[in-house]
Design a binder for this molecule. Structure first.
Ligand code: ZN
Length: 425
């Protein structure tokens, strides 16, 4: 790949904002960062009238769940009463269409990497590859209760992880649904396979009262305590939710260097139970940020950054519990580290891959502004102008470059009609 240089009004570099700054990209990696007046020449130069910032990293998604978008009022628990009954009728082609829409939405909102957890993961990878977003991806492993469950789920997911290893922009993981639906024996096998493959484990932890009740009945302790006893915390763990963790469970999370609890502010708020993210951070825990998926939500991690800060202030009755700047760190460098991508992405720094977002400043929502970092924390699809993933341009002038957004939307609509027909709804 040829070298190029991006000159911007502002560059949000790892060690601080640079006014009139430049980033040089060589073979998809950031090779130079500094003042434009000192920048080396490149074969091509792009100019950003705005702020060049690192792409956001979404640490917990279900891209293929975009079929549940904007369904209107739902009854019962979204996972047990809506998602599972319909997900039984999913096919790889349907997941591909839903995941493409969701991946496109993420890119257009300034997210350059998603950690995805769903059925038919290779179909999601086909979609993420087509639109050009980086993914940390695992096939959902589930042994009982949920759709597509059974004894083949674990070996199938391991085979998927082996096939995905080495693919461009794809970082495989093992993705058990949760301990209550997988069980101790299979969880032990997953831990051993994660060690053999040297990949993280991405799962749901303490996400519902039902899960807690099952674990208490089965083991006499909550899921965090049981996963710790099984040896999971010796691996790198992406632990979505944790909002029903006990005090003992939260203490174990706070003490575990290799484990990150993933806070999904909008989803938690809609479920009426929120991870005490600011307190877990203050106690020494790793806490990342994700969108997850509920019907009335956008796959826009910037919106979750602002929600995280606001909701933790209310929860703790402390306006400074989780400042916006800290929530932005969670959405970038903390999430990169949580996913095992600390040396790959998450910041504008020499040696990292060029996952970059140009935010425009010529819109009413961006005027006036004083602090470029604060402006980026207020950004979203209306300000995202250009996106590069691994040095490749994937969004230009607020539109997808490698896929046709209208075709992606049409395919998702057709797929939803087919899913509901298959499910007899
Ligand atoms: Zn989830």
């Amino acid at each position: 790949m040829t070298d190029f240089r991006v000159d911007a009004d502002w560059v949000l570099a790892a060690d601080g904002p640079i006014a009139d700054g430049s980033v040089v990209v060589t073979n998809g990696a950031i090779s130079w960062v500094g003042l434009t007046e000192c920048a080396p020449l490149a074969e091509r130069t792009e100019t950003v009238h705005g702020v060049l910032a690192p792409g956001l990293i979404d640490a917990h998604t279900h891209l293929g769940l975009s079929w549940a978008r904007a369904l209107g009022p739902i009854e019962g628990h979204p996972v047990y009463d809506l998602f599972w009954p319909l997900e039984q009728s999913l096919t790889p082609d349907l997941v591909d269409a839903f995941a493409a829409a969701s991946a496109a939405e993420a890119l257009l909102s300034g997210t350059t990497c998603v950690a995805d957890h769903y059925f038919f993961a290779e179909a999601s990878v086909a979609a993420t590859t087509r639109v050009g977003i980086r993914s940390v991806v695992g096939e959902t492993i589930v042994v009982t209760e949920a759709p597509h469950s059974g004894p083949d789920s674990m070996p199938n997911a391991v085979a998927v992880a082996e096939r995905l290893g080495g693919l461009d922009l794809v970082h495989p993981v093992l993705a058990p649904h949760a301990l209550d639906t997988v069980g101790d024996e299979v969880m032990r096998e997953i831990i051993a396979e994660a060690e053999r493959l040297d990949v993280p484990v991405h799962l749901h932890v303490a996400q519902s009262e039902r899960e807690i009740a099952t674990l208490m009945e089965r083991s006499g302790v909550g899921p965090v305590e049981r996963l710790h006893d099984l040896g999971l915390f010796e691996r790198r763990v992406v632990a979505a939710h944790c909002m029903y963790a006990s005090a003992e469970g939260l203490a174990l999370l706070a003490a575990a260097d290799t484990v990150a609890a993933i806070y999904c502010p909008t989803v938690h708020a809609h479920l009426g139970r929120t991870l005490r993210a600011a307190e877990l951070r203050a106690a020494g825990g790793n806490v990342g940020l994700g969108t997850d998926a509920v019907p009335m939500q956008r796959r826009d991690l910037g919106a979750e950054v602002r929600a995280a800060s606001a909701l933790q202030a209310v929860l703790t009755e402390d306006a400074d519990a989780l400042p916006i700047a800290v929530a932005m760190e969670m959405a970038t460098v903390v999430n990169a580290e949580a996913l095992g991508l600390g040396g790959v992405t998450g910041a504008i720094e020499v040696g990292l891959r060029a996952d970059l977002v140009a935010h425009r400043t010529d819109r009413a929502v961006a005027a006036p502004f004083a602090d470029p970092a604060a402006l980026v924390a207020m950004s979203g699809p209306d300000l995202v102008d250009r996106v590069w993933v691994d040095g490749r341009l994937v969004v230009a002038d607020g539109e997808l470059v490698r896929a046709d957004q209208r075709a992606v939307v049409a395919a998702a609509n057709t797929a939803r009609a087919e899913l509901f027909e298959r499910a007899g709804r």
